[in-house]
Structures are given as C-alpha cells and as structure tokens.
Design a protein around this ligand. Structure first.
Ligand SMILES: Cc1cc2nc3c(=O)[nH]c(=O)nc-3n(C[C@H](O)[C@H](O)[C@H](O)COP(=O)(O)OP(=O)(O)OC[C@H]3O[C@@H](n4cnc5c(N)ncnc54)[C@H](O)[C@@H]3O)c2cc1C
Length: 407
C-alpha cells in the first residue's frame, strides 16, 4: 500500500522510501539515485514532497543528538527533529525560538524548506532563524552553508539537509487571550493597533459573517476586556469554534501565563493538530494591500464559507531569503482551512488567485495553490539548483512546474 501525506490527499508515487541511519548512508543513497527527494513529517498539502518513480529519504532514523551552544545562542539539530521535541531542551537552557508555527509537529528541515511561518508583525518566518545547514548534494557530497539566503527555503530542490543551526533568543513567557466577534470596520480602522496588541495576533473568520469570529492575542500583558469591540471569550476556543470543533487539542488560553513553546503554537504536540480531516491554502500579500485583500476575500465570502472550516489572518515580518514569500517586505497572510473537498477547493483556487493578483500575491509553498509567484531571486535559485544538481535528480514535477516554469 502506498504512503500518503498527513492530510491523506496526496498518495506518494515514489518507488520506495529509504530510512538511512547515518549521514554516510544518506550520501550513498543520494549518489546512487536518479530521482530523489527528502521527506519530512509529510504535513504539506500538495505534491512538493513526492518523487514519482524515485526515492524519498526519511531522515527520522538519523542520530537525534542536538547541540546547544549557550555562548553563541544557537542550537544545532538533526533535520528530522520536530519543533515540539527541541523546544523543551531550548527552554530548559533559558532560551527560546523567536517564533513557531501553529503546530509543533513538523520537522525543522521541512518547515524551513517551505518557508513556514507563525504570526506577529515583528516576527519573521521560521526559516529566518537558520544560521547554518549541512546539505547532501546530488553527487553525495556534504556541503556546509552559513548565513546563505539561497539555500534555506530550498523546497527540497537543492539536496538533502541533514543538520541545521537555529538562532535562539532569551526565554520568555506569554499569555493567550481570545476575543469573540470583532467588527470588520474595527479590524480595518484599528489594523495596526490590533496587530501591535500582542507578540503574535491571529484573526479567524469565514469571510461571510458580519463580524470576525475570533481574535487570538498572544502577548506578555493583559489586553482590555473590550478588544476594539470584540468580547473576551468565556471559555477555550478552537480556531474552527464556529464550525463546532472543540478546543481539546489547543494550547492553554484564558490568559494563563506559560512558556513561549506552550503558547505560540495553537495546537498541542500530544494531540492531532487543527481538525485533522482538512485541506489548507494560504496566500501572502504586501501589508499595504491588507485592507483591499481582506475586502476582496469578503467579496468571495459566499463561495468561500461553504467550503471552509475556518480562515486565519496573520502578519509576518520581511526577510531576504530568496524563495521566502516574505522576501522584500512585511506581508499579510490569508490562510484557509478547507473541508476535505479537493475538487471544489481546486476549482476555487484560480478564482481566488485572479482576485488577489493585483496585490502581488504569493502562495504558501506547502499548501494547495494553482500558480506560483515570481520572486526577485528566482533566477539565482535556478542557477544554484543547476550548479548543485546538474543532472536534475531533485527536480520533481512540483519543482519543474513552480520553480522552472514547465507546464
Ligand atoms: C495542521 C497543520 C497546521 C499548519 N500550520 C501552519 C502554520 O501555522 N504556518 C505555516 O506556515 N504552515 C503551516 N502548516 C504547513 C506546514 O507547516 C508545512 O507543511 C510543514 O512545515 C512542512 O514540514 P514537513 O516536515 O511536514 O515537510 P514535508 O511536507 O514532509 O516536506 C516539505 C518539503 O520539505 C522538503 N524537506 C523535508 N525534509 C527535508 C530535508 N531534510 N532536506 C531537504 N528538504 C527537505 C521536502 O522535500 C518537501 O519539499 C500547517 C500544516 C498542517 C498540517
């Protein structure tokens, strides 16, 4: 029986999955393969991790040793380490990662390869914390990179990452407060203040109701009980609360302070994250287009709402990584958690992308989308891929379509 991604909407078509136990075995496997791709925790929703007819390399069996350097404030981790696994160690040493995604279940290598992000107007995507990495390239050689803007968001197209070094910040505590029913007019009028109300702020909506369903504020202080017209929630909330999903798998809310790694993710490591039976899409637009892009999605609300479990609005700070959607400027993220209806979702994506096209939209590399964006450094990335992989063994159909522009 063939293996699938986490959501079950992609059946992998690789001939086999290899599970090396040493870096030498990774080198041998890559050198011997004609088509090869690293596999993380399979949380992507498209075919980015597939390798038709070739070999997928699952690194979960590699030496799990991590090295924390307190003087340099860095941690070096194996590629398949999950954020939830390393966070305890980082916290115990008095440090934190500056940001985390909504789920702590993904591998570090897969997360940064796809430019995965959390929330917060001053927080960059998770790939920005990578200060170094080790890469097994097509010929089986191990290359080491330090502060290289081209290799981190690599989409698995440059080689197999075996180790990464992440920058740390001092440990911090946060509380998580949820508010119900934010008027849209308030969201527009007070956009900056709302985003500045916490370290990390998320808005949840189905785009069709008169108010934004919930605002999640993760910050050091207590926001006022009346949050720009929204009311403090009277109990824990799931992001898809309006769709009747209970909050059992969510991190602690109701203003109880706790360590960064138990408050920044929406979902707890020991539970299935989000809803489980779902699909996801996410688009990013420059922050100057925030209001227009939100209005545009509201204009499509009658078509979005029947397919949605929930939708999340976040902000991510700019970086300079070549294929990062946040390259060159702060962006607003418009995320969609869909009902498991792939045909209907796929039919809607070109419509959404056409409406968002005037706003220089870029899709999330790891979620469902129709057309990839053009990036200022795309040409440099192609050159690097050609140099590291002249025979194209990492050039999967996803990479051919979305990086090299082949149909
Ligand atoms: C419930 C849920 C919630 C989510 N929440 C968020 C969120 O808050 N923010 C967000 O931005 N995204 C989110 N996502 C998307 C998710 O974060 C990404 O899909 C995920 O980080 C990918 O990591 P992975 O380990 O599952 O990689 P995979 O899906 O297994 O692989 C993804 C890519 O990474 C490459 N890769 C993996 N390992 C290596 C390696 N060792 N060397 C080279 N390349 C490698 C693969 O080849 C592939 O191209 C969510 C997904 C789910 C299912």
């Amino acid at each position: 029986m063939r293996e699938t991604n986490w959501a079950g909407n992609q059946t992998f078509t690789a001939e086999r999955i290899l599970r090396p136990r040493t870096v030498e075995q990774v080198q041998e496997a890559v050198a011997a393969a004609t088509a090869v791709k690293a596999l993380g925790s399979r949380h992507c929703f498209n075919d980015i991790a597939d390798c038709p007819g070739g070999v997928q390399i699952d690194l979960a069996g590699l030496d799990p040793v991590t090295e924390l350097d307190s003087d340099a404030a860095t941690i070096t981790v194996p590629a398949a380490a999950r954020y939830g696994d390393i966070a305890e160690r980082v916290h115990a040493a008095g440090f934190a990662l500056a940001n985390l995604a909504s789920l702590p279940h993904c591998t570090v290598a897969g997360t940064v390869a796809t430019a995965t992000h959390g929330s917060g107007r001053r927080n960059q995507g998770l790939a920005s914390a990578v200060s170094g990495l080790e890469l097994v390239t097509a010929d089986g050689e191990v290359k080491t990179y330090t502060h290289h803007d081209g290799v981190v968001v690599g989409l698995g197209a440059l080689g197999v990452v075996t180790r990464l070094t992440l920058d740390l910040v001092p440990a911090f505590d946060l509380r998580q407060d949820v508010f119900d029913g934010l008027p849209w007019a308030s969201a527009y009028e007070h956009f900056e203040e709302i985003q500045a109300a916490g370290y990390s702020v998320s808005l949840f909506t189905n785009w069709a109701r008169d108010t934004i369903d919930q605002v999640w504020v993760k910050g050091p202080g207590r926001p006022g009980a009346d949050f720009f017209g929204a009311k403090a929630a009277d109990g824990p909330r799931h992001p898809a609360h309006a769709a009747g999903i209970p909050a059992d798998n969510c991190t602690r809310q109701l203003g109880v302070p706790g360590p960064w790694h138990e408050r920044i993710p929406h979902f707890r490591l020991d539970f299935t994250p989000s809803v489980g039976n779902e699909l996801q899409t996410e688009y990013f637009v420059p922050i100057r287009h925030a209001e227009a892009a939100m209005e545009t999605m509201r204009g499509l609300g009658h078509r979005l709402a029947p397919l949605l479990l929930t939708s999340e609005i976040r902000m991510i700070a700019a970086d300079e990584l070549w294929l990062s959607p946040f390259h060159g400027g702060d962006r607003l993220a418009l995320h969609f958690t869909w009902q498991p209806e792939p045909d209907a979702v796929r039919a809607l994506l070109p419509v959404m992308e056409e409406r968002l096209a005037p706003f220089d939209v870029r899709p999330h590399w790891g979620k469902l989308f129709d057309q990839a964006a053009d990036y200022p450094r795309l040409g440099d990335f192609r050159e690097l891929a050609d140099e590291l992989d002249p025979g194209g063994k990492f050039r999967s159909p996803f990479v051919r379509r979305h990086v090299f522009g082949e149909r």
